[in-house]
Write a protein that binds this ligand. Sequence first.
Ligand code: ADP
Ligand code: MG
Ligand code: ZN
Length: 478
Amino acid sequence: MSDFHERYEMVIGLEVHVQLKTNTKAFCRCSTNFGDSPNSNTCPVCLALPGALPVLNARAVDLAVRAALSLGCVVNHRSIFARKNYFYPDLPKGYQISQADQPLALQGSVALPDGRRIALTRIHMEEDAGKSVHDRYEGFTAIDLNRAGVPLIEIVSEPELRSSADAGAYLRALKEILLFAEVSDCSMEEGSLRVDANVSARPYGQAEFNTRTEVKNVNSFSNVERALELEFARHCAVHDEGGTVIQQTMLFDAAADQVRAARSKEGSHDYRYFPEPDLPPLVLSESFVQGIKDALPEFPSSRRARYTSSFGLAAGDVEVLTATRAVGDWFEAVVARCGDGKLAANWVMGDVLATLNESGGHIAEFPVAPSQLGDLIAMIKADAISTTAGRKVFVAMVKDGGEPKAIAETLGLLQVGDDSALESWIDEVMAELPGEAARFAAGERKLQGVLIGAVMKKSGGRADPKKLAQMLGKRAGG
Ligand code: ADP
Ligand code: MG
Ligand code: ZN
């Protein structure tokens, strides 16, 4: 196979279907809840009963536009729903409502980690079909229409990916953006993100593309990469033998580690698209689109750049803190409170995320609020409490909740910077260690550490070490 890679270039374009995060379907009010009992979320519209009419879900439009803008697309102010006609048992209408030559959005791109930008061709809205269930009744196929009419967008890339690793990187970057934009759960397991991978092979130096095939039925990003490698190798072997690749749909069989032709020749479909007569054109005003644009979150790449430049964090730390939008938002709320990006980063990574790793929870449910951790860090910075004592307070906050100041008081951990209290501890220590005290007074400055240690111990860790050092320095005559 590696031999093929030396002689043939891989050409890949991906079509990604993403389920929009709505509560109800695209054209009716049925629930989109995953895992409900088969056919319970259906109505005359999504069952395609005669006379039922679709009504477009406004929330689906919001999310589709948000996705398009997040990917840098140009949103068309007028797009047209079209009927994509085909027969399939899980498609009761006999057509799918989609968009054809006037889609929701054009252009846009997805940046790969190495900086290359993969251009998008288009994003259009459509509805999902139902599901054929082949393994429920022996000898029969069952149909579940809960998914019929669920709102999707299809994101089509230009054939600019050049390796299976490129395809994986593209999918990961795309998913990250869609998750940040909160337009979809992007779960391949639940079918809310599905990939059709188009691939062809051409000899290096050849300008035009060869015939492609489309691999479907792939359930993870790493399987997309695997399926592409297998299909690419098949193409190369065909080309080597002087044969022709037939444009067709292939299915990936993960268990058999094989790609094989689908029984139906989807490539030969003629969908006879025509404008959906039951829906008016989708017209979006400039101000509507601008409003969604203004509300976009900051995306991972610019967030990473900002964490590096404003907080001076190392690349690895930045990765951890921007891994999800929730973690980044949480971290920033801590910084907003304590004003120290570096300290906040240390606490969030070392204490908060470490605790979460053990418990396996989500940061949104973490028992300590970011403002509370921010207050704790601010106390440490102001020397109201030592770092070691701060850790004890944090543990107590995780366990029982509460405000850091109150906990520090209850646990007797507030640092004592009061002159007379420090003086009397110093006096006691000097009395207990007369030898050291005399040598220190005679100028042996290195004993200061010993004396500070003794005072810290006596104070139960509460003495303010900085102030202590100043006072001892004065006693030593300078
Ligand atoms: P369809 O809608 O029939 O699937 P499209 O023209 O929309 O066809 O293309 C689908 C995908 O195939 C796009 O992502 C595109 O980049 C990709 N593609 C097109 N031609 C090739 C090719 N020769 N090799 C690899 N991918 C291709
Ligand atoms: Mg296709
Ligand atoms: Zn319905």
